[in-house]
Write a protein that binds this ligand. Structure first.
Ligand SMILES: [Zn+2]
Length: 197
């Protein structure tokens, strides 16, 4: 039996979300078609407004609505900068309440397989920020994966020349794990026990 076209379209759209298979997408779609037209258009409106109302801070790369929550004079005083792979990682680190310095979102990790080389990491912007803000400690909070390790090593080599202490989260983080899946307590311990590498 074939579903009506619009229902099929809705299912296909929902299937694009991570972790949502065909069965779940069907369940969501059948649930959503019971919503009022008003509720559906409110949801559509929020999705539609997302690109214009949510952007990346030009300085640190974090997600912002208008002003960056992380680029401010108070955070500058800490003299430290935490390098993460994705904007989501910033919120993971924040949730530990153990860190009060600046952030720098790389956006990419080195991956020769996917054609991502050093140029895509925009190291020049990072170096500029480190010099401008008189940063004396850099914490590399990148997942311990093949790409993460390669990127961390690359960063270490690049930053060593700037006379900055570079440490990396290591303790308590399982190899190959993602910051997304590590609980706050483990992440907080990993932050406190950061080590030079
Ligand atoms: Zn910022």
């Amino acid at each position: 039996m074939k579903y009506p076209d619009q229902l099929l379209k809705l299912i296909e759209v929902l299937k694009q979300l991570p972790g949502v298979g065909h069965k779940s997408a069907e369940r969501f779609a059948f649930h959503m078609i019971q919503w009022s037209p008003q509720k559906l258009s409110e949801m559509a409106k929020i999705i539609q407004q997302t690109p214009e109302k949510l952007s990346h801070c030009k300085e640190c790369g974090s997600l912002i609505s208008d002003q960056c929550l992380f680029c401010n004079p108070k955070r500058l005083q800490a003299g430290s900068l935490c390098i993460v792979a994705s904007p989501r990682d910033v919120f993971a680190i924040e949730s530990t309440h153990e860190y009060r310095g600046l952030y720098h979102v790389l956006g990419n990790l080195l991956s020769p397989m996917e054609g991502i080389g050093p140029q895509q990491l925009n190291i020049d912007l990072l170096k500029k920020r480190l010099t401008k803000h008189e940063i004396n400690e850099v914490i590399v909070a990148i997942d311990s994966t093949l790409e993460g390790d390669a990127t961390a090593l690359f960063l270490k080599k690049e930053l060593e020349a700037l006379n900055i202490t570079v440490s990396r989260l290591a303790f308590g983080l399982p190899l190959g794990s993602s910051l997304d899946y590590v609980d706050g307590g483990t992440l907080a311990r990993a932050l406190m026990a950061r080590a030079k590498y």
